[in-house]
Design a protein around this ligand. Structure first.
Ligand SMILES: *[C@@H]1O[C@H](CO)[C@@H](O)[C@H](O)[C@H]1NC(C)=O
Ligand SMILES: *[C@@H]1O[C@H](CO)[C@@H](O)[C@H](O)[C@H]1NC(C)=O
Ligand SMILES: *[C@@H]1O[C@H](CO)[C@@H](O)[C@H](O)[C@H]1NC(C)=O
Ligand SMILES: *[C@@H]1O[C@H](CO)[C@@H](O)[C@H](O)[C@H]1NC(C)=O
Ligand SMILES: *[C@@H]1O[C@H](CO)[C@@H](O)[C@H](O)[C@H]1NC(C)=O
Length: 571
């Protein structure tokens, strides 16, 4: 059989194509996601994905290759794209005209009722501008939103303001927006096998609780009788309770990727949010390689103030994050309220420690032991016995008992897993944070701890009980221990953080898809939860900015920032 010359050529070309495919296939796995940032939108108008493809195809070899490696095109509020590149391609791109920076995609993390009264913004405060406030939109880049939380009911709300261009993703597990939450989108640009946690849902729904908490802190409606199983009972509400909410879900179980963050900014600014709250941070690096700095810059250019958290790495110095001059960087303070849980021993001694303990005791007293007594130090087990390290304890000695442990190691998990029913932990350094534990637990001082240990040693029948937490009034404000401190050397002539706001033990809305302690085995779910972090401070300041803007719609982000910083008070 004769094969025509043309057909041979075709076959030859086909095999070349296949070969090329194989070669590309092998390099594909070495390609890593990068962000190619190209600054402002061109004056001539919109950017399209085609513009990005043509720039990229010159570098990666073909138009098809360019299309395959592009992950996302930004172009509503600034210019740029995300693509899978080889390091040398990234370098070539970074030298192209019009490209500001090219940087690898990295992961950033979340900076995990009475607070508004404390700040002087009372519920019945006369000085409000409801007509303007109801047309304000607070945008948040976070973990999504749990629409069933009572803070987001839209009774009495009309349709979204006419300026609003945002949308709502209709997808699994998400019940859709309403006239209170007028925007909700999710971004999973780095979606790859293994990148999603088992509880992640591909929709704007909040399976973490963090986004629901920050959104309701900023703009939740007034909800009476809110509490965490009775702890912190009161009226919960946002700082601008009338304002609308737009949620941009950029964070997943694995964190918040740069690509997602930029996509959230790109949309939020173009959608028409008035203020953005971003309780996320990461390594401090050059502004051109920091998605929050880039996003906030373009937001500022469009008149949108961005409030962002300073980080939770205090009290160490030089730990502040989100330090770009155009960001309003927020540190955390305590409130005049502290949650304490009381401990009573069989001998009548009482101690009390900082803790968010939602459990009420059902018996008068429970058997009490210590890590030292419940351990086997003869070599079969290992670890620090007095600190109740998991492997140092004998389960039979722990079962059904409250266990006294030394040191701040979150031993509640160990004790729970070994069958214990409570733990009293003594701290070397006092703490200001009321943690939510998985079993009845509290922190006591080392001095109280020694007395408790002595009592345990003094009797064969040691007993104790840990009571449910109560709120105590304390002197305030004070900067929280965990709040990241300055200075910073990226823009040393600017002091950061800019401002502080409540971030310690804040009661706000929560997602019923997430256990209140974050522990998957915890079966406690609630509409409200008490959380701590500069993540919680950040939406307070976003709302304060929206409040100012409701009176001064023409003020620039810098003017609002200045007004807030120069009128801040300590009481
Ligand atoms: C999205 O959900 C809303 C509310 O449930 C519904 O009114 C709307 O028709 C849905 N849109 C689409 C495109 O499915
Ligand atoms: C207030 O909330 C608690 C706990 O959620 C509940 O038991 C109680 O019935 C509520 N009280 C009122 C007046 O709604
Ligand atoms: C401690 O471990 C040793 C070695 O396994 C064992 O012989 C001993 O019975 C253990 N003691 C207790 C109290 O469990
Ligand atoms: C065990 O932990 C406690 C509490 O943190 C600490 O004081 C003690 O020094 C530790 N002991 C050892 C042997 O490491
Ligand atoms: C209690 O007894 C344990 C074990 O004998 C010992 O290590 C500890 O120092 C004692 N505690 C006090 C406060 O005396």
């Amino acid at each position: 059989m004769e094969i025509s010359h043309g057909l041979l050529l075709l076959l030859f070309n086909l095999s070349l194509l296949l070969l090329a495919e194989l070669v590309n296939g092998s390099t594909d796995t070495q390609r890593k996601p990068y962000i190619v940032y190209m600054g402002d939108l061109p004056k001539t108008g919109a950017v399209t994905a085609a513009d990005h493809h043509s720039l990229l195809s010159a570098v990666v070899g073909s138009d098809r290759m360019a299309r395959d490696s592009t992950i996302h095109s930004y172009g509503r509020s600034f210019n740029g794209f995300a693509a899978r590149l080889l390091p040398h391609e990234a370098k070539i791109l970074s030298e192209k005209e019009g490209v500001v920076s090219v940087f690898p995609n990295t992961m950033r993390k979340l900076h995990t009722t009475r607070s508004w009264d404390f700040l002087g913004m009372r519920e019945k405060m006369k000085k409000r501008n409801p007509k303007a406030e109801i047309n304000m939109v607070i945008g948040l880049l976070d973990t999504g939103i749990w629409m069933d939380c009572p803070s987001f009911k839209d009774k009495g709300y009309g349709p979204p303001p006419t300026k609003w261009k945002g949308k709502c993703s209709n997808s699994s597990g998400f019940t859709g927006c309403n006239n209170k939450v007028i925007g909700a989108k999710y971004y999973d640009l780095d979606h790859q096998p293994g990148m999603l946690g088992k509880d992640d849902i591909l929709s704007p729904v909040d399976t973490d609780g963090h986004g629901t908490h920050t959104a309701s802190t900023a703009a939740g409606i007034v909800v009476k009788n809110a509490s965490l199983f009775g702890v912190g009972k009161g009226t919960a509400r946002g700082g601008v309770p009338l304002a609308r909410i737009a949620m941009y879900k950029v964070c997943w179980y694995t964190g918040c990727s740069d690509m997602n963050l930029l996509a959230g900014f790109d949309d939020a600014i173009a959608d028409g949010v008035d203020v953005l709250s971003v309780s996320i941070g990461g390594t401090v690096g050059p502004f051109f390689e920091d998605p929050i700095a880039i996003g906030a810059f373009h937001a500022m250019r469009r008149g949108v103030l961005v409030s962002s958290s300073a980080g939770n790495d205090g009290p160490l110095e030089a730990t502040v994050q989100n330090v770009a001059p155009w960001i309003l960087t927020v540190g955390a303070t305590g409130l005049d309220r502290e949650f304490r849980s009381q401990v009573k021993l069989g001998n009548g001694m009482k101690a009390s420690g900082v803790s968010v303990n939602t459990f009420s005791p059902r018996k008068k007293m429970y058997p009490l032991t210590s890590g030292t007594l419940a351990s086997n130090s003869s070599g079969a087990y290992w670890g620090n016995v007095s600190a109740c390290d998991w492997a140092s304890l004998i389960p039979e000695e722990v079962k059904g008992k409250i266990v006294y442990c030394m040191g701040n190691r979150g031993q509640d998990f160990n004790i729970r897993d070994l069958g214990g029913i409570g733990t009293i932990m003594s701290l070397d350094e006092p703490t200001d944070i009321g943690f939510t534990f998985v079993i009845p637990s509290t922190f006591v001082t080392s001095e109280e701890g020694r007395k408790i240990d002595k009592y345990i040693n003094s009797t064969k029948k040691a007993q104790a009980v840990i009571y449910k937490s109560k709120a105590f009034k304390i002197a305030a404000p004070f900067v929280s221990s965990f709040s990241s401190r300055g200075p910073q050397d990226l823009s040393p002539n600017i002091l950061k953080p800019d401002i502080v706001a409540p971030g310690l033990d804040i009661l706000a809305g929560y997602s019923k898809l997430a256990p209140i302690s974050g522990d998957p085995e915890d079966r406690r779910f609630a509409n409200f939860n008490i959380l701590t972090g500069t993540s919680m401070s950040c939406p307070h300041v976003a709302a304060a900015a929206a409040y100012v803007k409701s009176f001064h719609p023409k003020w620039s982000p810098a003017a609002i920032k200045s007004a807030l910083m120069t009128t801040g008070e300590t009481s």
